[in-house]
Ligand binder design. Structure first.
Ligand SMILES: [Zn+2]
Length: 179
């Protein structure tokens, strides 16, 4: 197999949409893969003027990101992203990496699995399973739960507001909720 197809196999295996695997190292003794991923497209949307730009000022790396295991191996990701400089408004920005869990050295999908495990077991079992210090994992877990609750509170904001208006109009004797 040539380099390109090996990279494609790993990209398909890792399944991080929009990211491609460019490097894999295997630590056989510690049963660990070190996988480097980069965005498939070098383009970012400026958060200030909302225009697409492809001027990369410098490369940045997020290291030691724990992801779901592959086979018997733990997986540590290095995520290389570009810091862009918008040619339209000069703003420098690094596009957000959707799959990273904020405030944790882990992916959001790993934290999803951690939360699942904790629900059926406890933190110390989950920590042992993923090979993470208990205190560390506990911190990640609570941040993940808070994020989920925040998302749940933010997502249907339009609906909540409409309910408020309906309530108000009901009090005033008009029922706007009927079709
Ligand atoms: Zn801009």
């Amino acid at each position: 197999m040539n380099g390109e197809s090996v990279s494609q196999v790993w990209t398909d295996l890792v399944q991080l949409p929009g990211f491609a695997v460019v490097h894999v190292e295997q630590d056989i003794a510690h049963q660990r893969y070190f996988i480097t991923v980069v965005p498939e497209r070098s383009i970012g949307v400026c958060p200030q003027c909302h225009r697409a730009c492809d001027t990369i000022k410098q490369r940045r790396s997020r290291d030691r990101i724990l992801d779901l295991p592959i086979g018997s191996h733990a997986v540590e990701l290095t995520v290389r992203v570009g810091q862009f400089e918008c040619p339209h408004c000069d703003r420098c920005f690094t596009p957000p990496i959707e799959f990273l869990a904020e405030g944790a050295h882990g992916t959001e999908r790993l934290l999803g699995r951690v939360a699942e495990l904790i629900r059926h077991s406890d933190v110390s079992n989950a920590a042992r399973f993923f090979g993470v210090a208990e205190k560390t994992l506990e911190g990640w877990y609570y941040a993940f739960i808070e994020r989920q609750q925040q998302r749940a509170a933010e997502a249907p904001s339009g609906t909540i507001r409409r309910i408020g208006i309906d309530e108000l109009s009901l009090k005033n004797g008009t029922d706007s909720s009927s079709p």
